[in-house]
Design a binder for this molecule. Structure first.
Ligand SMILES: [Zn+2]
Length: 243
């Protein structure tokens, strides 16, 4: 498909949407308040909105190879912080998928380049669950299980962040979910992780607290929303400083 075909598809989509609902784009242009944050794999066979039945405005999306939550990934952390603290998303889902090439590569020994370093995060998942992983004789089943274990570990990685730990102490904490998508039949499976207590059993190692009076001290933090008036004042401040 050439880029011209992409542009032609876009024109068709715009005219279809406008025909169905003339206010569609003007409504979306006003802003977003998505309920969900989706953290999924970059795989082209896992279209985030298609498999979840969500449309524009409903889901904030972050994708990377093998849906990893890496604590030094400024991209993921920025998406997470903004989604939780500014947009106020209610449900955060890590969505893995069976047949994941990244997961399969991590289970093997062949190098693919720079990406091997990224995939080391999945080799860490194998190390943590080595006994169970090695006990599964069938290779396909072993990789399917690794996909699930990887999602479970990434949900825990979310729970280890200061962002989620602070959000969990607010009145309306987000829920964490681990899902796996099956490319072969299109179905999403809920791994039924304990989304309210994702660190259960590991608090003594990973739980942290904001210093008293800090921005994220739970007694002052309210899962804040933007105050448009204050935002305008800040913008004006910057403009004044510039001139
Ligand atoms: Zn994948």
């Amino acid at each position: 498909m050439s880029i011209n075909k992409i542009l032609e598809n876009n024109r068709q989509w715009v005219s279809d949407k406008n025909a169905q609902d003339p206010e569609y784009f003007s409504r979306l242009a006003k802003g977003q308040q998505p309920r969900y944050l989706f953290i999924g794999c970059s795989d082209s066979r896992v279209p985030a909105s298609g498999i979840t039945g969500t449309g524009p405005g409903e889901m904030f999306v972050h994708r990377n190879i093998a849906n990893l939550v890496v604590h030094t990934d400024i991209n993921l952390l920025s998406v997470l912080q903004y989604a939780v603290e500014v947009l106020g998303v209610k449900d955060i889902m890590v969505v893995g998928h069976y047949g994941c090439g990244g997961v399969a590569a991590a289970a093997g020994t062949k190098q693919y380049g720079l990406i091997d370093n990224w995939l080391t995060n999945i080799r860490d998942v194998i190390r943590i669950h080595e006994q169970e992983f090695l006990s599964i004789e069938n290779e396909e089943q072993r990789l399917r299980r690794l996909v699930e274990l990887n999602v479970t570990e990434q949900v825990q990685n979310l729970a280890k962040t200061s962002i989620i730990q602070n959000a969990m102490r607010t009145e309306n904490p987000p829920r964490l979910h681990g899902l796996v998508y099956d490319i072969a039949d299109g179905r999403l499976k809920d791994l039924q992780l304990n989304g309210e207590q994702p660190l259960s059993g590991l608090e003594h190692i990973y739980a942290t607290e904001a210093p008293k009076g800090a921005d994220h001290d739970s007694s002052t933090y309210e899962g804040k929303k933007e105050d448009p008036a204050q935002e305008a004042a800040v913008t004006e401040d910057r403009l004044t400083q510039k001139s």
